[in-house]
Design a protein around this ligand. Structure first.
Ligand SMILES: C[S@@+](CC[C@H](N)C(=O)[O-])C[C@H]1O[C@@H](n2cnc3c(N)ncnc32)[C@H](O)[C@@H]1O
Length: 287
């Protein structure tokens, strides 16, 4: 066992986690867990490398480290995740927001600079997309839904914690609870899109996330098809649909949107250069 100085504990943690990930990530994870135990910012570890922690903090650190060694995602251990400029609570009710999803937020903001606009986020989870948009566009009228009651509570808690309570967050199985007389300029979703037999489901962080947030029928496309089909009833004169999807699904998603009468269909790459988001316009005359 290491002595209880901060520098030694980080090194011990890095070593314990080195079978799980590369050296840099292992060290970063150890630092995050130690800061979480101490309730300090990361600069504290650099400023006081020789400082020793007490026995309770030490045991807590070892416990959390062990959970991470077993593969549990850091965000589930600490209960929070940064997304956009927001700190979000996370839970096993829904997906941990990914940096790639920030590309979806960026796309909407670069395409739509109108100060007033109505937007719907389907399958909001932690509220990540809806709350990021609300933080940038405080006058947008944003609805955000999820069918999982715990995810809805989590998103509402995140809205309160980030002072973004103007977002209307409620439970709905996709469009089921959304009044037909409501219309939206932009409909966005990062729906479940993984095929049930995809090998990635048994690897890494994903193993700990709920299947209901990840998996869809029809080789992962069932929810995308449903959303793209139903969304057409909720646009006013025109509307824009933006969907996150798997990196190998862009051709299929483009085809689905084209067959449903969408135009200006374009796929955008994520931070790793993979096809990740497809966006399209729907004109009322196509209905
Ligand atoms: C991939 S996660 C995305 C979560 C969040 N939007 C994000 O980007 O981090 C998909 C979300 O869709 C929700 N979901 C799955 N099926 C749904 C349905 N039938 N109606 C509404 N939401 C659903 C899940 O509960 C989950 O929160």
């Amino acid at each position: 066992m290491p002595d209880k100085s901060l520098a030694n504990l980080v090194e011990y943690g890095r070593h314990r986690l080195s079978t799980l990930s590369d050296t840099d990530s292992a060290k970063l994870d150890a630092q995050i867990l130690l800061c979480f135990v101490l309730n300090k910012a990361s600069s504290y570890l650099l400023t006081w490398p020789d400082k020793k922690i007490n026995e309770a903090q030490y045991q807590n650190f070892l416990n959390l480290l062990e959970r991470r060694v077993q593969g549990e995602p850091i965000a589930y251990i600490t209960g929070t995740k940064e997304f956009w400029s927001l700190s979000l609570f996370v839970s096993s009710a829904t997906l941990i927001p990914r940096p790639d999803t920030e590309t979806l937020v960026e796309q909407i903001l670069s395409d739509h600079c109108e100060s007033h606009l109505s937007c719907l986020d389907l399958g909001t989870g932690t509220g990540a997309i809806a709350l990021a948009l609300a933080s940038e566009m405080p006058n947008w009228q944003i609805d955000a839904v999820d069918f999982n009651a715990d995810a809805v509570l989590l998103a509402q808690k995140n809205a309160e914690n980030n002072n973004l309570t103007q977002v209307n967050i409620y439970q709905s199985d996709w469009f089921r609870q959304i009044l037909l007389e409501k219309t939206f300029d932009v409909i966005v979703s990062n729906p479940p899109y993984i095929d049930n037999i995809d090998e990635h489901l048994s690897q890494g962080d994903v193993r700990f996330e709920p299947k209901s947030a990840l998996v869809a029928e029809q080789q992962g496309l069932a929810d995308i098809i449903h959303i793209a089909t139903e969304a057409r009833k909720y646009f006013a004169e025109q509307g824009f649909l933006l969907l996150e999807h798997g990196y190998e699904q862009s051709a299929q998603v483009q085809k689905i949107l084209s067959e449903l009468g969408y135009s200006e269909i374009k796929t955008v790459k994520d931070l790793s250069g993979n096809d990740r988001i497809t966006k399209a316009r729907y004109l009322l005359k196509n209905r």
